[in-house]
Design a protein around this ligand. Structure first.
Ligand code: DX5
Ligand code: ZN
Length: 221
């Protein structure tokens, strides 16, 4: 069985008690914290930045933090997220003037690097940088908001990304983000994903008997 990782997106968490929410999903079986950074420029929404990432580390979160940068330009924030304790830093190729340089900045800072592909962004952006990515993140919605529906065309794209990873012989995670639910995650896994972001599916599924638990949904994944 491949080593599957579940990455709740804190975009759907209660920001007024973010530390507790992150503790709760990790205690309920989550593997990674997916941290969505939006700048009201590259995407039409505004969320959280490096100070919040640092605050989670100070709060005691030791799990990997997966910083998904939906910002333009990206390079300055890459440095800020490295300093703030991110584990993965991923960005959209359209948002970087120099993709190779941005990937190298991430690795030079000791983080794992990744490229993110919007639904209409071709995987050919990977052609010359397969040796510089630790993660490929396919968006299965247009970025900007939680709670959208999974775009079914992403399944073919996942298969193509899986072929590219296998052909490279490299250890690269294949992450999927957007509209992942209990009823489509098996199909998404069969198409080749090994790392699953889920925002609304996790945070809307608090255990009614124990509001600090999300076990139901994370175990069912
Ligand atoms: C969308 C974000 C996602 C989002 C996923 O731009 O990148 O991580 O939070 O939320 P759901 O799982 O609700 O589609
Ligand atoms: Zn995301």
């Amino acid at each position: 069985k491949p080593d599957y990782l579940i990455a709740p997106s804190i975009l759907s968490a209660d920001f007024a008690r973010l530390g507790e929410e992150v503790d709760d999903v990790l205690a309920s079986g989550a593997d990674i914290v997916h941290f969505d950074v939006m700048d009201n420029h590259y995407v039409p929404n505004l969320t959280i930045g490096p100070m919040v990432c640092e605050a989670l580390r100070r709060h005691g979160v030791t799990a990997p933090i997966d910083a998904h940068l939906m910002v333009k330009p990206v390079d300055r924030l890459i440095g800020d997220f490295i300093d703030a304790g991110a584990s993965y830093v991923t960005f959209h190729p359209e948002a970087s003037e120099h993709i190779d340089r941005s990937l190298q900045l991430i690795r030079d800072g000791g983080c794992k690097s990744g490229l993110v592909f919007n639904p209409a962004t071709p995987l050919s952006f990977l052609d010359h940088v397969m040796d510089k990515v630790d993660m490929i993140l396919l968006m299965s919605v247009n970025p900007g908001f939680g709670g959208q529906s999974f775009l079914p065309g992403t399944l073919d794209k996942l298969r193509e990304a899986r072929r590219r990873i296998d052909a490279s012989g490299r250890d690269i995670r294949l992450e999927i983000d957007g509209g992942v639910k209990i009823d489509n995650i098996a199909e998404i896994a069969r198409a080749g994903a090994d790392t699953f972001v889920a925002g609304s599916a996790v945070f809307k599924a608090r255990n009614p008997e124990d509001p600090h638990r999300y076990d139901g949904v994370i175990e069912d994944f």
